[in-house]
Design a protein around this ligand. Sequence first.
Ligand code: NAD
Length: 424
Amino acid sequence: MEAAGHAPRTGEGSAWESALSQLDQVAEIINLDPRLHQVLRHPKRILTVSAPIRMDDGLVRVFTGHRVHHNTSRGPSKGGIRYHPDVTLDEVKALAMWMTWKCAVMGIPYGGAKGGVVVDPKELSMGELERMTRRYASEILPLIGPERDIPAPDMGTDEQVMAWIMDTYSMNQGYSVPGVVTGKPLSVGGSAGRSWATSRGVAYVTVATLKHLGMPVDEARVIIQGYGKVGAPLVELLQEQGCLIIGVGDVEGAVYNYRGLSPGALAAHKAEAGTVAGFEGGDPISLDQLLELECDVIIPAAIEGVITSHNAPRLQTRIVVEAANGPTTPGADEILHERGVQVVPDILANAGGVTVSYFEWVQDLQAYFWKEEEVNERLREIMEEAYVRVLGMAEEMKVTMRQAATILGVTRVAEAHQTRGLYP
Ligand code: NAD
C-alpha cells in the first residue's frame, strides 16, 4: 500500500474551484441551460462521518471521513475512496464531479461519487487500518450498495481495504454482496485485469497521442510522477511499447537517467526501500526538477495541483497525460495550451480504471467471470472509442481536449437529466 505526501500549495484555489471553473467554461461554450448548470454545480448529497478507533496502545483516535455523490442521473454513483492526510471535503467534491464526467465520457452507466478519510495509512498498523476501514464503511453504509454507490480504491487504499468494505457490507446484509465495491482481490469477486487497468488505459492514450502528433513511440522520453498503483505498472507498460522512462518520482524523492530506468530493477528497489528515492540505476533529483526535465511526455500519477501557472512555463515537454485526477490547474491549462503542449485530460486518460471496475461489477452481478484477455480487449475498445471521439470533438470545435471531454461528459449527463425531468 502507498500513501502520504502533502498536497503542494498551489495558491491557485482548491480542486473544487478548479472543477467548478472547468464546468463553467464548458457551460458557456455549449450554452448550457442555466437551470441545469446550477444543478450540476452542486453535489447531490454529502455525508461527513466520524470514525472512532481503538488504537493498538489502547487510546481512541477519531478519524474524519466523507462520501459525496455528485450526480446519479445516468446510474448508481461510482468513485474511489482515498486515505490521505490532506483529504478535505472540497477535494472529495471535486473528485466526485470529475467521476460524473468520466463515466459519461466512457459511456458507462454510472454517476459520480468519491470518498476520503483524513489519515496517513502508513502510520497505522494493519489492525488499526482494518478497524478504521470497517468503521468508516459502517458509517457510510446508508449511501453505498451495488444499486446505489460502488466504491473502489484510490490513493492510499488497495484491494485489501476493498475486501474489508465488502465484508463489512455483506455482514450487515447477512449474505455476500461482492458488487458493493470494485478493485477487490480475485478471491472475493475481483476482476482479472483490474489492478493494471488504469495504467493500461494511460499507456494506450499516451501511445495514441504520440502517434497523433507524428512523434516516434520508440525511445519517446517519459517522466512519471507517482510510483503507486497507477505509476508503477505504467513504467513497465510504456517500456514494453519502446518508450524510455527517463525519470520517476514519489513522495520521498525522484531519480533520473537519460538512457532510461530499468523497470525491473526499479520495482525491486521500491519493494525493498519502500520508495524510488535512492535507486542506484539513476541520479537523484528533486521532485520539482523532475517535472522540468526535457522530455516528450510527462505523466503526473500522484496528486492534484502539481502543474500550476508557476511551473507550466518551464515544462519542457510536448505532451502531458493526466493519470492522476486534477494534476493541472486551470491557470496551467491555459499556459500549456498557448505553448502548444497537448494535455490529455484525467477524465479520459485515467478512465481505464473505472471502465474495468464497471466490468467487475457486471461480472459480480452475473456471477460469471471473464478471462483477462477479454477484459483487456474490451477495455482497449472503449478507450479507443472515447479517445477518437474526444480528439475529433476537440479538433472540430477548436477547443482543448479537456474542454472536449468535459463537453462530452456534461452533454451526456444533461441529456439524461432532461429525459428524466425534474422531480417532483
Ligand atoms: P497510490 O497511493 O497507489 O500511489 C500514489 C503515489 O503518489 C505514490 O508513489 C506516492 O508516493 C506518490 N505521491 C504522493 N504524494 C506525492 C507528492 N506530493 N509528490 C510526488 N509523489 C507523490 O495511488 P494511486 O491509486 O496510484 O493513485 C494515483 C493517482 O491516480 C490519484 O490522483 C488517483 O486519484 C488517480 N487514479 C487512480 C486510479 C486507480 O485505479 N488507482 C484510477 C484513476 C485515477
